[in-house]
Design a protein around this ligand. Structure first.
Ligand code: NDP
Length: 493
């Protein structure tokens, strides 16, 4: 049994009320760990420590190259522990070992990327009227509250922690209450490499308790949140009273547009990857496939055949291609949407059921599911399901494809499959989405900004943009000729 603790001011801690929450393996429903149930008091303690540490300049005053050296060490340790982290991620989140393995390596690469970036030039100077010299410097924001979801427990944590620390901030971090295991391991690594105490603090606990306190606290300068759009709206309201900066990476209902002139085998293959990797619990999942009418039937036939062949099973079975959903509660939500789709009149072309055979009875497994005969105003077309459920729609021309693609509240990601390069770029430029692909789905890189349009969020993670989210911008104007300005007459002269 894994016993988890919170990390505040460089010390491992139980919660102030000594309560614990069981952490469950979604592949079989068994308890694998206990985590302290953090309280408002715990959150306040962590915030106070982060505030004091920031104000003392212990971290922000270090030369960037010294902060970077800690980040490089963390990257190295993540790689050294890759096998264990992969195993733990699969145990806690349910994703396959293959998926978890990529996440862990990406997490190490993200630390390394920001360690490198922070030592590069980042200011500007302006040639203004003599005798002034104007320049711009970037500074840390201060105390950053970081709140993350359960679908990439380690990677989503690192997307925030690495740039926030690189920029010189102190942090109060809250993982999802469902998946605290690898975040705890990351804090062990940060402790091992000797990050000064008080710089990085981690509190467990429920979102409406600990997360709410982080978002509302007047001692926190910024809140960076990844999670559902509904929670994101709440965070924004909580942050408004203290006018703190917010960065929000939220949900999606992303379109994957397949034109008749695309290579159908490739389109089908990427479309499967787009929706069923991570069992569909991916914010950028291609959950709406739009297919040009002349190849619609053929596409659906090939897609359904391949979806039915996906091997669903425990993430730690090397033969499994798709793991379970993360929790009983989330399983119920996804099954409810499948029911809603049928009630709305859509037709199930594949899957549609919980899997309760072959030893999967106690886990939260759902068949790869395909809906056809859908209408644009159906809830299964408009709302994020966040499971292995896709809708396949038909379009007649480029104009209709763009119209349907943009017709939801979300704007996170989208893709186009076609052999016509000009058409691909024309359509991509019309998509109201922040992350896009041509003839591919999902690959993304630490160097490139990640984030959404519309109700998919505000701000960007990753790349130089992801660092700037955690920085303030200051202009400095220097008088090169120190003498009175003489604006008002000096009566003594
Ligand atoms: P939630 O919004 O439910 O939770 C996200 C985090 O917010 C959790 O740590 C949660 O705590 C916390 N939280 C919940 N309520 C509050 C509150 N009132 N105040 C402050 N914090 C709160 O999302 P899920 O965990 O269910 O994650 C799935 C969602 O995340 C999907 O919508 C997905 O699209 C989105 N996502 C977006 C990404 C992007 O890059 N755009 C990437 C990954 C996921 P608790 O532990 O109690 O749940």
């Amino acid at each position: 049994m894994i016993e988890l603790q919170m990390y505040i001011n460089g010390e491992w801690k139980e919660s102030s009320n000594h309560e614990k929450r069981p952490i469950v393996n979604p592949a079989n429903g068994e308890v694998i760990a206990y985590a302290p149930e953090g309280t408002i008091k715990d959150a306040r303690e962590a915030i106070d420590v982060a505030r004091k540490t920031f104000d003392e300049g212990i971290w922000s005053d270090l030369p960037a190259v010294e902060r970077a050296s800690y980040l490089f060490k963390i990257a190295g340790k993540i790689e050294e522990n890759q096998e264990e982290l992969t195993r733990l991620e699969t145990l806690d989140n349910g994703k396959t070992l293959r998926e978890a393995g990529y996440d862990i390596l990406d997490a190490a690469a993200c630390f390394r990327y920001y360690a490198g970036l922070i030592t590069k030039p980042d200011g500007q100077t302006y040639h203004v009227a003599d005798p002034m010299q104007a320049m711009v410097v970037r500074e840390p924001i201060g105390v950053c509250g970081l709140i993350v979801p359960w679908n990439y427990p380690l990677l989503m944590s690192v997307w925030k922690i690495a740039p926030a620390l690189a920029a010189g901030n102190t942090i109060v971090f809250k993982p999802s209450e469902i998946t605290p295991v690898t975040p705890k391991k990351l804090f062990e690594i940060m402790d091992e490499v000797g990050i000064p105490k008080g710089v990085a603090n981690m509190v467990f606990g429920a979102g409406p308790v600990v997360g709410h306190e982080i978002a509302a606290s007047s001692k926190v300068d910024m809140v960076s949140f990844t999670g559902g759009t509904k929670t994101g709206k709440h965070i924004m309201k909580m942050a408004a009273d203290t006018m703190k900066k917010v960065s929000l990476e939220l949900g999606g209902k992303s379109p994957n547009i397949i034109f008749a002139d695309s290579d159908l085998e490739t389109s089908v293959d990427y479309a499967l990857f787009g929706i069923y990797s991570g069992a569909g619990q991916v914010c950028s999942a291609g959950s709406r496939i739009l297919v040009e009418e002349s190849v619609y039937d053929e596409f659906v036939n090939q897609f359904v055949e391949r979806a039915n062949e996906i091997k669903v099973g425990p993430g730690n079975d090397p033969d499994s291609e798709m793991g379970p959903l993360v929790s009983q509660q989330h399983l119920e939500k996804v099954l409810k949407y499948i029911e809603i789709g049928q009630q709305e009149g859509a037709k199930i072309a594949a899957g549609g059921n919980r899997i309760v055979s072959n030893g999967l009875e106690t886990g939260y497994f759902v068949e790869p599911t395909v809906f056809v005969d859908v209408q644009q105003d159906m809830r299964i077309v408009q709302e994020e399901i966040f499971g292995p459920v896709v809708v396949i729609q038909k379009f007649k021309d480029e104009e209709e494809a763009i119209k349907l693609a943009n017709d939801t509240d979300y704007g996170l990601a989208g893709a186009v499959f076609t052999n016509d390069g000009a058409k691909a770029l024309r359509v991509i430029k019309k998509l109201r989405a922040g992350i896009t692909w041509i003839n591919a789905y999902h690959p993304t890189y630490n160097e490139a900004p990640w984030g959404g349009y519309k109700q998919s969020g505000i701000g960007r993670s990753l790349g130089t943009f992801g660092l700037e989210e955690f920085q303030e911008i200051k202009q400095i104007n220097i008088n090169l000729q120190v003498e009175p300005i003489g604006w008002f007459a000096n009566k003594n002269e």
